[in-house]
Unconditional design. Structure first.
Lengths: 604, 68
C-alpha cells in the first residue's frame, strides 16, 4: 500500500545510496527519529523508518485512579495542546457519567479550543515551518529558487505588502524577519484569549467534566473578542502569504507536488460540539457528531468513507508489528459490546492492555515505542494507516466534502470551505475559499494550516456572539452535577491541533480500569504494522524526490524535513544529523538557525 | 508492566483524589455556594462577598449579570 505510483523507471542511473538519519527531530515530548536511505544518483529517498525512543505509559499508570482526575492528568501528555486532551477526556467522562454541560459551558470550551488552534497553528507555521521556507534556508539549499524568487512578484502584495516572493522569504527569517516577529506577538495575544476561557495555558485549570469554572462575566467575552479582532489583520495576511509562497514553490520547482505525497487517507474526528445537538450519549453519537462545527470523516482516495462517529470508533485497531510491546490478545477484554450492541474488537482501545517490552532497536524487527493505530475498513478488509495531514488538511477536507457546516461566517460547499472574516483594523471584510486540493502532500498540508486559522477565527466570532447573548439574557449556568457511576464506559472524539484525538475510558468500582488516549502523532509517526504497511511519515518520505541542490557532503535534507514538519510533529527545536562514517554535523534549525543568518552549521 | 521489573509503589494509586476532612464534590454546589440559585441563575454574590447586593441588577426586567 505505498502511497504514490512509481515514477518512470526509464533513464535511471546506477543507485548511489547513502544512509541519512535525523534523530532526534524533537517533538514536543519524546524523540522522533527519521532514518532514511537516499539515492543521490537518482535524487530520491528510497527507504524511510520513523522511530520514537521514548515510552510514556499513561495507559499504564492511569489504571486505578479516580476517573475525575483523568482530564488533569492526560493534559500533561502534551506541552502545547494539553487542553485538547483535557477537553477530549471531559467528553469521554461526560459520556461515562451521563452528564451534559450547560450551553454557556460548551461555548466557553469551544472558545478556548478555538484560541488554541489560533495560537498553536500560528506559532508552528510562522515560527517553525517557515524557517524551512525562509530566505536563509532557501539560499543554503536551493540558491536557484531564491534567485527566481527575487524576480517573482507576489500576487497578493496589495494585502500583505511584500512585493516579491523573496521579500516574503526574508520576512520569514527567524529572529529578524517581520512575519516571524509579528507571529510571536500574535501567539501571545491568542494565548491570552485562551487563558480567559480555560484559566491558563496549556494545562487548563477551569475545565471539568460537566462544565467549566470560568467566571462568565461580560468582560470575559469582550476581552476575548477585542483580542480576536486585533489578530484578524494578521490572519487575513497569512492566508495570502502562504498561498503566494506555496504556489511559487510549485512553479519554481516543477514536480514539487511529489514531495511528501501519499495516497489520500485522511482521518478527522471532528471538533467543537454544538450544544443544541450534543447530549454525549453513545447511542446518539452519529447524530451529534455530524453537528460538530468541524465535521468528522474518513477520506480515502478523495471519497468520504464514513462520517459516523460510531463507525469511526468501532473501526479503530491498535496494531503491533514494529513496536516494543507484547501482544494483549490473551488478556481479558474490558468491553465486548458497545452500548448499541455492536461487537468491540480485542484490538480496539477499550480493550487494549499496554505491556511494554523494552528491547534493542532493530529496523528489520521492532524499532519504535509508537504502536500502529489503523482504521479497519470493513468494505475493503484493509487496515488503513490514516494520517491527519498535520490536522488542518484532514479537518478542512472532511468539512468540505461533508458539506454540513453552515454558520454565519463559514459555508462548506461539498468541494470547498468558504470562510468570511469581517472588517478588521486595516483590512476590509474578506472571504477565503479553501478548495479540496489534488494531492495530499507537503505543501498542501502546510497551506491548509493558515486557512484553518481563519476558520477558527470565524468560529470564535460566532461562539463569542452566542455566548454573549446567553450572558445578556442572564443564563450564566456553567456547571451540571453528576454522580460518579460504579461502572461505565465512555469515548471522546476531538481534534488536537495536529489532528485526530480520541480518549477511551472504562470505569470499574469507581476507578479507571482502562484508559487509552490516541493523539495524532501515534497515527502519523507509527511504524510498519504487522501487515507491513508503513506509517504515514514513512510512507510520505519514502519514494519522494530530492530537490535540494546540495550533495551528500553538505546535505541538509530540507525536503525531508519539510515533509516531516508538514505533519506538525510539534515544536522541532533541533536536528542532529550524521553522515555515513561517523562524521557528525550538528545543525539547529530553529529557533537558533537564524542567529547565523543562514550560514547553517555552527550552532549546537 | 509485562516483564519489566519495577519497585514497590510509593503511593496508593488514588491517594490524591480525596483528602480526609474535605467534602467530596458529588453533592453539587447548590446548597452551600452563595449567589447560586436553584434554577441555575446567579447573582452578584457569586462574584463578591463585599456588599454583593449592591452589585445586582437595579430592575427586575434586567438580567442579573455577575460583575467581572
Amino acid at each position: 500500500m505505498t502511497a504514490t505510483a512509481d515514477r518512470a523507471t526509464a533513464g535511471r542511473k546506477t543507485p548511489q545510496v547513502v544512509d541519512m538519519s535525523w534523530d532526534p527531530i524533537t517533538r514536543i515530548i519524546g524523540n522522533l527519529g527519521i532514518y532514511t536511505k537516499i539515492d543521490f544518483a537518482n535524487r530520491e529517498v528510497t527507504e524511510c523508518r520513523s522511530t520514537s525512543s521514548l515510552f510514556r505509559g499513561y495507559s499504564v499508570f492511569m489504571r486505578g485512579k479516580d476517573p475525575r482526575d483523568a482530564g488533569f492528568i492526560t493534559s500533561r501528555i502534551c506541552g502545547i495542546c494539553g487542553d485538547n486532551h483535557t477537553t477530549c477526556s471531559n467528553y469521554a467522562q461526560q459520556m461515562a457519567y451521563g452528564v451534559k454541560p450547560p450551553p454557556l459551558a460548551e461555548h466557553i470550551t469551544n472558545l478556548g479550543e478555538a484560541a488554541e488552534y489560533l495560537f498553536d497553528h500560528t506559532i508552528f507555521q510562522d515560527n517553525l515551518v517557515f524557517v524551512d521556507f525562509c530566505e536563509a534556508m532557501v539560499k543554503a539549499t536551493n540558491p536557484g529558487v531564491l534567485a527566481k524568487a527575487e524576480r517573482t512578484e507576489a500576487p497578493h502584495a496589495h494585502v500583505h505588502g511584500y512585493r516579491t516572493i523573496a521579500d516574503l522569504m526574508r520576512a520569514f527569517n527567524p529572529f529578524e524577519g517581520a512575519v516571524y516577529k509579528e507571529a510571536l506577538q500574535v501567539s501571545r495575544i491568542t494565548r491570552e484569549m485562551f487563558c480567559l476561557m480555560e484559566g491558563r495555558h496549556v494545562h487548563p485549570s477551569t475545565l471539568y467534566p460537566g462544565g467549566v469554572g470560568t467566571m462568565p462575566s461580560p468582560t470575559t467575552f469582550t476581552d476575548y473578542l477585542s483580542r480576536l479582532m486585533r489578530t484578524l489583520d494578521f490572519v487575513k495576511k497569512s492566508v495570502c502569504m502562504n498561498d503566494d509562497v506555496f504556489d511559487f514553490f510549485y512553479e519554481a520547482l516543477p514536480g514539487y507536488e511529489e514531495v511528501g505525497r501519499r495516497r489520500i487517507m485522511l482521518g478527522c474526528w471532528g471538533a467543537w460540539q454544538d450544544h443544541q445537538a450534543c447530549d454525549y450519549r453513545y447511542e446518539n453519537m452519529n447524530a451529534w457528531g455530524k453537528k460538530m462545527f468541524v465535521t468528522p470523516g474518513i477520506i480515502v482516495d478523495g471519497e468520504l468513507v464514513t462520517n459516523n462517529l460510531v463507525d469511526i470508533n468501532l473501526g479503530m485497531r491498535i496494531l503491533l508489528g514494529s513496536s516494543y510491546y507484547e501482544d494483549w490478545v490473551n488478556e481479558e477484554p474490558f468491553v465486548t459490546r458497545d452500548p448499541l450492541g455492536n461487537p468491540v474488537d480485542m484490538r480496539h482501545p477499550w480493550n487494549q492492555t499496554t505491556v511494554p517490552a523494552p528491547q534493542k532497536r532493530d529496523f528489520e524487527g521492532n524499532y519504535s515505542w509508537v504502536m500502529s493505530p489503523r482504521w479497519y475498513d470493513s468494505a475493503s478488509g484493509q487496515h488503513l494507516p490514516l494520517d491527519t495531514g498535520g490536522g488542518p488538511l484532514a479537518r478542512l477536507w472532511s468539512t468540505a466534502l461533508n458539506g454540513l457546516v453552515e454558520t454565519p461566517y463559514i459555508k462548506a460547499t461539498g468541494r470547498s470551505v468558504r470562510i468570511s472574516l469581517p472588517k478588521s483594523e486595516k483590512l476590509p471584510e474578506m472571504t477565503f475559499e479553501w478548495e479540496i486540493p489534488k494531492w495530499s502532500n507537503t505543501l498542501e498540508r502546510d497551506r491548509a494550516r493558515p486557512y484553518f486559522v481563519a476558520y477558527s477565527a470565524a468560529m470564535a466570532l460566532q461562539f463569542a456572539e452566542q455566548a454573549m447573548d446567553l450572558v445578556r439574557a442572564g443564563d450564566t449556568k456553567i456547571f451540571n452535577d453528576y454522580e460518579l457511576p460504579e461502572e461505565g464506559i465512555g469515548c471522546g472524539f476531538h481534534e488536537a491541533v495536529r489532528g485526530v484525538l480520541s480518549h477511551h475510558l472504562v470505569i470499574k468500582d469507581k476507578k479507571i480500569a482502562n484508559y487509552h488516549p490516541y493523539p495524532p502523532t501515534p497515527w502519523n509517526a507509527s511504524p510498519r504494522d504487522i501487515y507491513g504497511n508503513p506509517g504515514p511519515y514513512e510512507d510520505a518520505v519514502q519514494g519522494q524526490p530530492v530537490f535540494e541542490e546540495n550533495g551528500p557532503d553538505d546535505f541538509k535534507g530540507i525536503d525531508i524535513m519539510r515533509t516531516v514538519r508538514s505533519f506538525d510533529p510539534c515544536l522541532p527545536c533541533g536536528v542532529h544529523m550524521y553522515l555515513g562514517k561517523g562524521k557528525e554535523l550538528q545543525q539547529t534549525h530553529s529557533p537558533m538557525f537564524g542567529a547565523g543568518n543562514g550560514t547553517g552549521a555552527g550552532h549546537g | 508492566m509485562g516483564r519489566i521489573r519495577v519497585g514497590q509503589p510509593q503511593v496508593e494509586p488514588d491517594t490524591p483524589t480525596h483528602v480526609r476532612g474535605i467534602r467530596q464534590g458529588n453533592e453539587g454546589p447548590g446548597g452551600c455556594q452563595p449567589g447560586h440559585h436553584e434554577d441555575g441563575t446567579a447573582d452578584a454574590r457569586r462574584s463578591t462577598g463585599i456588599q454583593g447586593k449592591k452589585h445586582n441588577a437595579i430592575m427586575k426586567i434586567m438580567p442579573n449579570i455577575s460583575p467581572g
